[in-house]
Write a protein that binds this ligand. Sequence first.
Ligand SMILES: Cc1cc2nc3c(=O)[nH]c(=O)nc-3n(C[C@H](O)[C@H](O)[C@H](O)COP(=O)(O)O)c2cc1C
Length: 187
Amino acid sequence: MLSKLEAGYKFYHVLHPSPTVVLITFCPNGRFNAMPASWNMPVSEEPPTVAVAVDRESYTFQCLEHWREATINVPHSGQASLVYALGSVSGREVDKVAKFGLKLERSEYVEPPRWVDAIASLEGRLHSMMDVGEVRLYVFEVVATYVRKELYTRWGWDISKVSPLLHGAGRTFYEVGKMIRAQVSPS
Ligand SMILES: Cc1cc2nc3c(=O)[nH]c(=O)nc-3n(C[C@H](O)[C@H](O)[C@H](O)COP(=O)(O)O)c2cc1C
């Protein structure tokens, strides 16, 4: 039997742990900025798109309004503390790239660079957007995808070697657990 979630509990935690990305944007102050976002998802395959929910109070929102491209970088579970720290300060006050020593490399198609220490980086150009509550939902068309090849297989991450970072709540993060293979049902 299901019980109704009590008041004070967050509805969205039932959808976590959620894969987390780090958005790198090009900002009005002329710098690049990095913001973790666990509210992200692939949307369509043709064209290839990814949606990210960005709070309109964040500096990243201003950066995306300034320059409508981003790289969507996938961190691994060993980067939890760094990712949490990137989400605890704003690029409005702090040069996060310098403060946290983020290594960046030039992207192929977009102005914001890729994060070298991520396990994957998607180059995204704004496809469309929509305001929902306090958030602007940005849909990016993915124009290039880079991965750490030694960690990647035809079917995705080799979780015996690496886990993408999953966000639980607050400072709590998870790694991917064991692999489960669905049974083929007899016809
Ligand atoms: C793991 C994690 C996930 C987060 N996910 C989101 C998100 O999906 N959308 C969002 O707007 N903020 C999210 N945040 C909060 C922003 O990262 C945070 O407000 C950040 O300081 C904004 O930085 P900026 O002002 O430099 O853009 C998340 C924070 C953390 C630590």
